[in-house]
Write a protein that binds this ligand. Structure first.
Ligand code: ING
Length: 303
């Protein structure tokens, strides 16, 4: 049996005044705790290096770009890569990516998977960008991912790493069944994801009380229906005045929550994951080759 000991490295608030150096110190503290706990892999949240800046309407491109990474690793993040390698630890990191591609500047909400030897072995760019693109000052805080990021253009890759078929997604992606199914069709065994989830969603305040339920439901469904582990890691607590969901968790292919954060600050949630736990689902109930009827599902893609 293959085991992978995973650390969900929940982060408390990152305020605008926190520098990347401040944040990297906290990330390195997680790596060291993870080493003590016998982890092979540490998963950090979405946009982990800065405060969740899409909550603000900004017009000055230089100010906006101050929240992006123009290279990875960069000067500030090199320390994280070096420490992880020294500790023989892999990690998954979410950050705002500014890339020069096809002769133009492109900006994505990105996540990378780094193996224990320090190599970036996978990159994912967020596909489901929630919120709005235009200025909506009447909101208590805004959600401008559609303004600051392009829709991801790398699909939902599944790569062989850490002895498993590993996939990634980011935040709002976890609420969409298609996210998990595209990876399920690539035989994913573990999905790594981070999130910044305000506890208030202006367009639907009646959903606020269900934030914890919807978070857990989304990841449990994705895990069970595709026979995969799901590791969900929050940036939680009150960040720049916005109360955000914590509740980081590790979900088994059965759909059971096997480990969960107790608080809303920096907290490492660890579980020794049996990578073969999904097999009994993939070979019976969710044996896609035997049971799925793609010809009947065309509307999902064609609409
Ligand atoms: N955040 C939120 C999320 O999907 C949201 C947006 C909040 C959607 C509340 C629905 C309800 O968890 C990000 N960054 O996607």
């Amino acid at each position: 049996t293959r085991f992978l000991t995973v650390g969900a490295a929940q982060m408390g608030p990152i305020q605008r005044s926190h520098t990347r150096r401040d944040v990297v110190e906290r990330l390195i503290a997680h790596l060291r705790e993870a080493r003590r706990m016998g982890c092979d892999l540490v998963v950090f949240p979405e946009l982990t290096l800065t405060t969740f800046f899409p909550r603000w309407w900004m017009k000055d491109q230089a100010e906006i770009d101050s929240f992006f990474e123009q290279e990875m690793p960069s000067n500030e993040t090199a320390a994280l890569f070096n420490e992880a390698k020294r500790l023989d630890m892999g990690f998954c990191l979410g950050y705002a990516e500014l890339a020069n591609e096809d002769g133009r500047i492109r900006r994505f909400n990105t996540s990378i998977l780094v193996e224990r030897d320090g190599r970036i072995v996978a990159k994912y760019r967020k596909v489901h960008l929630p919120g709005h693109a235009g200025h909506e000052p009447e909101r208590p805080f805004q959600h401008l991912e559609k303004r600051y990021f392009e829709v991801g253009n790398l699909g939902f890759p599944v790569v062989k790493a850490f002895g498993a078929n590993m996939g990634m997604c980011i935040c709002n992606d976890r609420r969409w069944p298609e996210t998990y199914r595209v990876m399920g069709l690539q035989n994913v065994e573990m999905v790594l994801l981070g999130y910044n989830t305000p506890l208030h969603n202006a367009p639907s305040p009646d959903h606020d009380e269900h934030s914890w339920f919807h978070n857990q439901l989304s990841m449990q469904a994705g895990a069970y229906q595709n026979g995969t582990w799901v590791v969900g890691v929050a940036k939680g607590g009150t960040e720049e005045g916005v109360p955000s969901l914590a509740d980081s968790m590790i979900v088994a292919p059965s759909g059971k929550v096997v480990a969960r954060a107790g608080g809303d600050g920096d907290e490492l949630v660890v579980h020794r994951c049996d990578l073969d736990a999904g097999k009994s689902y993939k070979t019976t109930t969710f044996n896609f080759a035997v049971h799925r009827q793609p010809d009947q599902y065309r509307m999902i893609v064609e609409r």
